[in-house]
Design a protein around this ligand. Structure first.
Ligand code: NAP
Length: 475
């Protein structure tokens, strides 16, 4: 068992709050104990970040880029170590954890390049009367101290999606990782120091969201909160942030539409992964699959065959597809949602059972839109498969959600594909690919209750910089 601390002022220091135990969700083993942050520790972290900001924003872009490139290189050298830590603290199957590390390496590489390419613009001042003999420039400058608050499900890549663009743009950061998965963040902070990040530019405070998170959100020295997590917490942050920039990457119950002309095997393979990767605990997991009536039975049998071949077990086992959910309580919540849906007429086609935090991959049919397992975010290995008749009906069902993050559409008809892409209310629509597919260089984020703002390194840099105007009057 490790004893870990907070990361403040360039080194790991003990917090002064209650100890937090980090457990392996698969077997309950205690991996680490961390003394959490008190209000005084959070205050210190913010003061350090203010100091770090002064140093980092005046560091030339080429040097910032070098530090970020070295971070990518160090991460590549230690990829296996990071993958194991992700698996141990989150329960993510090791093959998926390795994939997460590879994506994070690319995020740091993208940021290293983007750091050297933050450009401004020139305003045509003589477009306004009286503007003759004036020049106007718009610079992009760092917003300041950024508070980053992250969820448990991608302990490395979603943390990287906040730190890498924030640092590329010259900001300093106070990071509060999820209490379930803080070890990857603490390791990453050490790695960034090794890569040459000056002390105090990145600080990590560990502790409960309602305590440490609230303190960061409400502090007026913090210029921006970048949050990824649930809708309930996102709303609270939005309400409490005061005068600061807020970006929110929130949840979803992502829809995927399979039209009758689709390649059904392609759709079944993609949607098996989309519904069950990391036990469905992904914000863009396929939660609702709509299949056109003539191919409904055919699709369902191909899909269920694949789902039943998924292997459940120890996430460190190379051959395992599904490990545990993050806690037995979360698994219990989903079990209750399914029981209530079944009582109201839903049918369990496969799965539906659990042992502790291990939940069988579950496919439901005969659901209704108002069931919580359909209309709320399940965040679990459960998917509903529903038949539709017409294009309009499919789009209406897909859009019948408070959320709008990503969607998938399977069809061989370009007209159907593009009409669906235009009509679906989501931040991103994939054609012949499922809702779960994401690359780290495109604008990613939600509409409706799925969030505010965009990530994807260059787009996050836009969110994390201010436009500063400089005017010159010629004489
Ligand atoms: P969560 O419960 O909302 O927690 C996310 C983070 O917020 C954690 O660090 C948590 O701290 C902190 N927090 C809790 N209460 C807070 C408060 N009052 N003020 C400030 N921070 C607070 O989410 P989760 O269970 O970790 O992650 C799952 C959720 O994240 C799902 O809804 C999923 O869809 C969403 N998600 C969205 C995206 C996206 O890109 N759109 C990506 C991944 C996940 P503690 O851990 O200490 O509670």
């Amino acid at each position: 068992m490790q004893n870990r601390g907070l990361f403040i002022g360039g080194r790991e220091v003990p917090g002064h709050g209650a100890p937090l135990q980090v457990r392996n969700p698969y077997n309950g083993e205690v991996l680490a104990e961390i003394a959490t942050a008190t209000a005084a520790d959070v205050d210190l972290a913010i003061r350090e970040a203010q100091h770090g900001l002064g140093v980092w924003r005046s560091t030339p872009a080429w040097k910032r880029g070098e530090v970020l490139a070295r971070a990518a290189a160090l991460l590549r050298e230690r990829a296996e170590e990071y993958a194991r830590t992700i698996t141990l603290e989150s329960g993510k199957p090791i093959r998926d954890a390795r994939g997460e590390v590879q994506r994070a390496i690319q995020v740091w590489q993208f940021a290293a390049e983007a750091a050297k390419d933050i450009t401004g613009e020139v305003v045509p001042m003589d477009a306004a009367m009286g503007g003759e003999q004036r020049w106007g420039m718009v610079l992009r400058v760092p917003v300041g101290v950024v508070a980053a608050i992250t969820p448990f499900n991608f302990p490395l890549n979603l943390v990287s999606h906040k730190l890498a663009p924030a640092l590329a743009a010259g900001n300093s950061v106070v990071l509060k990782p999820a209490s379930a998965t803080p070890l990857t963040s603490l390791n990453l902070a050490g790695l960034l120091s090794e890569a040459g990040l000056p002390p105090s530019v990145l600080n990590v405070v560990v502790g409960g969201g309602g305590q440490v998170g609230d303190l960061l959100v409400e502090d007026e020295r913090v210029a921006m909160v970048t949050f990824t997590g649930s809708l309930a917490v996102g709303k609270r942050i939005h309400d409490h942030a005061g005068v600061k920039r807020v970006t929110l990457e929130l949840g979803s119950n992502s829809p995927n539409i399979v039209f009758a002309d689709a390649d059904l095997d392609l759709a079944a393979v993609a949607l098996t992964r989309a519904a069950f990767a990391f036990a469905g605990q992904v914000c863009i997991s396929a939660q609702r699959i709509y299949v056109q009536r003539p191919v409904y039975d055919d699709f369902l049998s191909r899909f269920v065959r694949r789902v039943e071949s998924l292997k459940i077990g120890d996430p460190l086992d190379e051959t395992v597809d599904l490990g545990p959910m993050i806690t037995p309580e979360e698994a219990g919540r989903v079990e209750e949602w399914i029981a209530r849906a079944v009582a109201a007429g839903a049918r369990v086609v496969t799965g539906g059972r659990r042992t502790g935090a291990m939940f069988m991959p579950t496919v439901l049919a005969d659901v209704r839109p108002e069931m919580e397992i359909v209309c709320q975010e399940a965040f679990a290995p459960v998917v509903s498969v529903v038949a539709f008749e017409t294009f309009d009906e499919a789009v209406a069902m897909a859009n019948d959600s408070i959320y709008g993050l990503q969607a998938g559409v399977f069809t061989r008809d370009i007209n159907t594909a593009l009409r669906a892409a235009a009509a679906i209310e989501a931040g991103g629509v994939w054609i012949n690919e499922s809702s779960i597919y994401r690359q780290d260089n495109y604008p990613y984020g939600g509409v409706k209750m799925s969030g505010l703002g965009r990530e994807g390194v260059r787009y996050a840099i836009e969110e994390m910089t201010e436009r500063k105007f400089v005017g010159i009057r010629l004489s």
